[in-house]
Design a protein around this ligand. Sequence first.
Ligand code: SAM
Length: 220
Amino acid sequence: MIAPVQVLNEADRYKLDGSDDALFYAEPRFVQHLDAGFRARLTSLYRERIPPCAVVLDLMSSWVSHLPDEVTYQEVIGHGLNAEELKANKRLDRHWVQNLNVDQQLPLANECVDVALVVAGWQYLQQPEAIATELLRVIRPRGEVIVAFSNRMFFQKAPQIWTDGGDSDHLAYVGQVLMAQGWNQPQLLEEDTTSAGAFGWLGGKGDPFMAVIASKPINS
Ligand SMILES: C[S@@+](CC[C@H](N)C(=O)[O-])C[C@H]1O[C@@H](n2cnc3c(N)ncnc32)[C@H](O)[C@@H]1O
């Protein structure tokens, strides 16, 4: 693997629960980690940005990928920490299990993916620079990475760089890590969403929506 450009220091990488992440994810969680308003916005973003012919990588996935039901992609490759969740994810054509805080090398060929997605996952990465480097390797030139998240997290499993910051800090931080590894300057989205049902009709807000969208330079 190409040596990544380090952005974080040791303290930034520290998390309260330092036990093996595989233990934390040993039991499947068939729950939605993000509310309906957030999920609707994410699916509409995917509809806008991902062409149907694309090979999609859903990194840090679960039993759901939030891709639009009506679109068939060339292939959707999934990765996560719980095999049962991934097996239950109907959008995935294939998947693998890997602890990215232990091993950052992705078992994928160079430039075989068009778009990589990370949803509510980046906040658990202790070596995000190496992951950004690997994503740059496996994505085709002009391909994109879309990192989406809200303001929720499993606090004890998130490194200090995430727990110490707010939404805007998180956007800037993800962008900084990507650019340090050679990704183009990303587009940053920070939006309100509408709550589902009656609360939404009354103006109630859903989970805030944040996304970092970066493209791979043609010559990298
Ligand atoms: C909050 S869930 C989000 C899952 C999914 N992307 C979604 O939208 O529902 C966080 C996910 O991050 C992944 N994850 C967390 N820590 C990880 C680690 N150390 N290595 C690999 N994946 C990890 C797991 O796949 C876990 O399901």
